[in-house]
Design a protein around this ligand. Sequence first.
Ligand code: ZN
Ligand code: ZN
Length: 430
Amino acid sequence: MGYNFFNIKEVSRVFNGKLQEFRASLGDAICKGKNITFADNDITYVLKLQYERLKKKGLEMEYDIYSRSYEDKNKGFISGSNWQDAHYVSTVCFSPFGVKRKVKKDGAVRFSDNRKSVLYETITDVVSGAHPDNDPICCPNCGAVSTIAALQDGCSYCGTKFQMDDLFPKVTSYYFLDDAGLTKREFKTDYLRFYAGTLAGLYILGCILNGAVFLPQNLIKSIPNLIAVLLGLTLGSVVLAYILYGYFLILRLIVRAIASAGKMGTAGSRRSFETRMKKVSPEFSFEYFTSKALSLIKTAVFSEDERELLFYEGAGLDPKMKNIIDLNYGGALGCIGFRDEGSFVTVVTKAYFDVLYAEENKIHAKSEVFSATFRRRTDIPVNLNFSMTGIACPACGASFDATKNRTCPYCGTKYEITTDDWALVELKYN
Ligand SMILES: [Zn+2]
Ligand SMILES: [Zn+2]
């Protein structure tokens, strides 16, 4: 995803604290079904589904997200682009981490890996001066649907009182991307190797060209000669090592570019999506759509039966998808086409994922491309706080959890997700 790199800055202490706490509780949420801190309800819901998938497969997983900032362990998150609607502002923040995964069955390790990653978290806050008091929100304690104002007086189901600081800002999306760049430590060891190699090469070359002149016993006879030779050798080898290292870096980048050539084809998607969608609603941003798309795909994949999901309108998923135990965004979401039908827009996408499968007796990682199609009404503005676990009934205004009931429990109106938000209408292997 191309971020506006001119807009990069360190995030505030409050943001950083919440982003770090979310990161620290993510492993136990996936592997042990524990609570995830400062996450919105849709993330909580997906993580619960992922944990249940692991349990059903009889697998134990370890998920260690560790710091890769060698110089400063407390180095914080950096913010990239942001987007906002009338009440909320969302910011993408990122920081380098390593992810160690280990999967065990019957006590034996069946899979493990350790990847250099960058963790991206989207954090959503209330726009200062906005008063979304009556917006629906889920109680962070019991999950019951409530409103922002009501939770500050005390949840009517569990009684817990919340300060605005507990409710916002909150993490509304996250994913890991493999780190393509070199860390400082990698750079140092790589360069030192090149330098030592070049120095040795020059010395040998010198020996061949000048007979035995450079052999140590000859050099020691003349100290000034020795100093001159050492200086020349040092300077020459530094320059040569830099040049060789430059070529090596270019080669490495070319190899990586070829490996992700398919993803490169998606580079124009941001522009085509925003040109098309901003005509409908100026709040539409590609980041918002991407985080929505990832959340819907993950929920459908990890659900026991996707046909029971409110936002899923397609046929049954390929049974192979029910063997997926971990699903990471592969860094590219390409928009293949747009289709208008009345007040609906349909977007066909190609989504890249790094998938971890648990099949019969084999646990293996694989890069996959999914074809995912989304549909949304075009005459309803974006609501960044929209959650399928806490929606307001379009008929009577009451709030309820749409993942549990498709009809409003208060007035009986059947709820259609495409009234308010994106629905996933097809998901298959590309
Ligand atoms: Zn509650
Ligand atoms: Zn109703």
